[in-house]
Write a protein that binds this ligand. Structure first.
Ligand SMILES: Cc1ncc(COP(=O)(O)O)c(C=O)c1O
Length: 392
């Protein structure tokens, strides 16, 4: 349930926004109740086999009901969070020194984690064609041909809010198979599809896709419980699963029992709450995008309505907001006191963009858009330090 405007009256005058992807909403009541009961009824111990079974059953039921995909229970493995899972997959499935492919703009850890463990991240910028971003298949192919082993496929996409079309997934599948590569399919934002295009589970497309994919999923984004620490990796290739089971004990062990309890409650009893949140986000984002489009001639700010997630990917390259001396995020904050993520942290393709997290009560998003529009109007389109595309 979103907070009311009254609850936020004072804060509307202060900073707005979060640079991490968390929602400023109350927890699903089912999650709060389940955690309270768990804490009141005994000690909170380490994760054991019985809890893993409960997690597998809850996640399996959710995936089947939501996407018609029912991976075998034993293929669904716990990790505390998906960045930890990503790091573990790189460690155990990609040899040191071998690059991984990240279509950009991309979620920041996809770019920073690989080099931190000596796996170079190859950025393959997506192609901007007016109102859309498309995967650069030739670029992905060239990266595999150059020796890369794994493609990061974030769908729905953080930060641009894109839901991949089935034809795009088909082409990706063909390329990965041709090079005998791997896909890390991060589908954490799948429950937050807002538009018409449904989420397609990449590994469920075909046996070929299943064989080269490790899927990452979690209730943490959609149900706003990242602090409870329970995500899942789904191994649809039996050899990958066998390898994981040999190496994964301590990665899995870091998963929280409270996370399992929160996940179970969210998935089993949280759908009505989620439906309400998605409806609220859909309207909030539609209104924000409409305000930005209506003022674009005066502000130079570009935005594409997201098909999923609660993120707005704001193109400031033609606005006067950018400055030479600071990042785009800092320039926005200085001018508006709105906290955003800097697009350049999402790769070179993100330079001149910022990511605004709109999972806030609507009055706060409205206030943020008003401030942003006012500041950009004051500077006028294209009259700032950057001006033309590609700068910043
Ligand atoms: C695409 C994507 N993957 C992974 C994560 C990490 O989520 P968690 O820490 O809840 O596993 C996020 C968080 O914003 C995300 O957007």
């Amino acid at each position: 349930m979103p907070f009311t405007a009254d609850q936020h009256e004072e804060t509307i005058l202060g900073d707005i926004g979060r640079s991490l992807a968390e929602m400023e909403f109350e927890h699903p009541p089912a999650v709060t109740a389940a955690l309270r009961t768990a804490l009141e009824s005994g000690p909170v111990g380490y994760l054991d086999d019985e809890e893993i079974l409960r997690m597998q059953s809850a996640v399996g039921d959710w995936l089947a009901a939501s996407y018609g995909w029912r991976p075998a229970a034993e293929t669904i493995r716990p990790v505390p969070d998906l960045v930890t899972g990503f790091r573990a997959i790189l460690t155990h499935f990609v040899p040191e020194g071998v690059p991984v492919i990240v279509p950009t703009p991309g979620y920041m850890p996809f770019l920073s984690v690989p080099p931190s463990i000596n796996r170079p991240a190859i950025e393959v910028p997506m192609i901007e064609d007016g109102a859309h971003w498309r995967y650069d298949f030739a670029g992905i192919r060239a990266a595999f041909a150059g020796g890369a082993r794994l493609l990061v496929l974030c769908n729905p996409h953080n930060p641009i809010g894109k839901v991949a079309a089935d034809e795009e997934l088909r082409e990706i599948e063909r390329i990965v198979a041709e090079f005998d590569g791997l896909v890390f399919a991060d589908e954490i934002h799948a429950p937050l599809v807002l538009g018409e295009r449904p989420h397609v589970v990449y590994a469920a497309r075909s046996e070929r896709a299943a064989a080269h994919t490790i899927t990452a999923t979690s209730a943490s984004k959609a149900f706003n419980i990242p602090g409870t620490k329970c995500g899942q990796l789904v191994f649809t290739n039996p050899d990958h699963l066998r390898h994981w089971r040999r190496v994964a004990h301590w990665h899995e062990h870091a998963t929280s029992v409270l996370g399992v309890i929160a996940t179970e409650a969210a998935y089993a009893r949280g759908r009505a709450w989620l439906d309400e949140i998605v409806e609220d986000l859909r309207e909030t984002l539609r209104e924000a995008v409409a305000a930005l489009h209506a003022s674009a001639g005066r502000t130079g700010i570009g935005v594409i309505e997201p098909e999923a997630t609660y993120l707005l990917w704001l193109d400031l390259r033609d606005s006067g907001l950018l400055r030479d001396d600071v990042s785009a995020a800092r320039a926005v904050y200085d001018a508006t006191r709105i906290r955003v993520t800097d697009g350049a942290d999402c790769g070179r393709a993100g330079a001149g963009f910022v990511r605004f997290n709109a999972a806030l009560p609507r009055p706060r998003v409205r206030a943020a858009m008003e401030r942003l529009i006012r500041a950009a109007e004051a500077d006028g389109p294209g009259r700032g330090a950057a001006g033309a595309h590609g700068v910043g």
